[in-house]
Design a binder for this molecule. Structure first.
Ligand SMILES: CC(C)(COP(=O)(O)OP(=O)(O)OC[C@H]1O[C@@H](n2cnc3c(N)ncnc32)[C@H](O)[C@@H]1OP(=O)(O)O)[C@@H](O)C(=O)NCCC(=O)NCCS
Length: 184
């Protein structure tokens, strides 16, 4: 159970250094080689759709969302998600995912995508995306690409290589990123 003194708040620039430390601790130097990292390098994440868990004023967990594109499809990429070791298995990771997905929905996003373990994310509404439908700029286990659809058919619009939405060559056929910009 999540302790009552853990609070969940939108991320601000003041959390950046602690989030960097948290991600270094959770993923090590290998994080820079990950496919999702490469995509996130393409532009900023959505600060107001990204959340931290605080305990006694310290960041103990973080979850970020970044606007992405794949063909004409638009979505938010969830991650990195990391929880400090001393605070694991209390439900904080799942709560952060749930908060982020709800924020994405409120912002008008069609889908949330991530690279992660289906046994963890499946109960939170994520399912495997069809093999071959999308690819990543670096090798990735295709069975770990999961999607949570928020509006009908948003997932099937994602096609081809995923990139940061700021680098998309094809304009979105529907302006589904506009509400997110307004929210940010
Ligand atoms: C994965 C991580 C975010 C989970 O955070 P957390 O706050 O400890 O997780 P929660 O408390 O919400 O959930 C714990 C449950 O998920 C399970 N779980 C944790 N990681 C899992 C995984 N990779 N696959 C399946 N189940 C997992 C735990 O065994 C536990 O199960 P239980 O409730 O049956 O006991 C955290 O362990 C972490 O930061 N790991 C290092 C970074 C990482 O791997 N991030 C995810 C990248 S996709």
């Amino acid at each position: 159970m999540i302790p009552a003194d853990v609070v969940f708040v939108p991320e601000t620039a003041a959390h950046d250094a602690e989030i960097d430390h948290l991600n270094e601790e959770a993923f090590g130097p290998g994080r820079f080689a990950r496919a999702a990292y490469k995509i996130r390098e393409g532009g900023p994440h959505e600060r107001r759709l990204s959340f931290v868990a605080l305990h006694e004023g310290e960041v103990i967990a973080s979850c970020r969302l970044t606007r992405i594109a794949a063909g004409e499809g638009r979505a938010l990429l969830l991650g990195p998600l990391a929880v400090r070791p001393a605070h694991k298995n209390l439900g904080i990771g799942k709560k952060l995912v749930a908060i982020s997905v709800e924020a994405a929905r409120q912002a008008g996003a069609g889908a949330v995508l991530l690279v992660g373990d289906e046994p963890y994310y499946g109960p939170l509404g994520f399912r495997r995306i069809s093999r071959g439908q999308i690819s990543m700029p670096r090798p990735v286990d295709l069975d770990r690409i999961l999607v949570h659809e928020l509006t009908p058919a948003a997932a099937e619009r994602l096609k081809g290589e995923v990139c940061h939405a700021d680098l998309a060559r094809i304009p979105a056929w529907t302006d589904d990123r506009e509400p997110i910009r307004k929210a940010g």
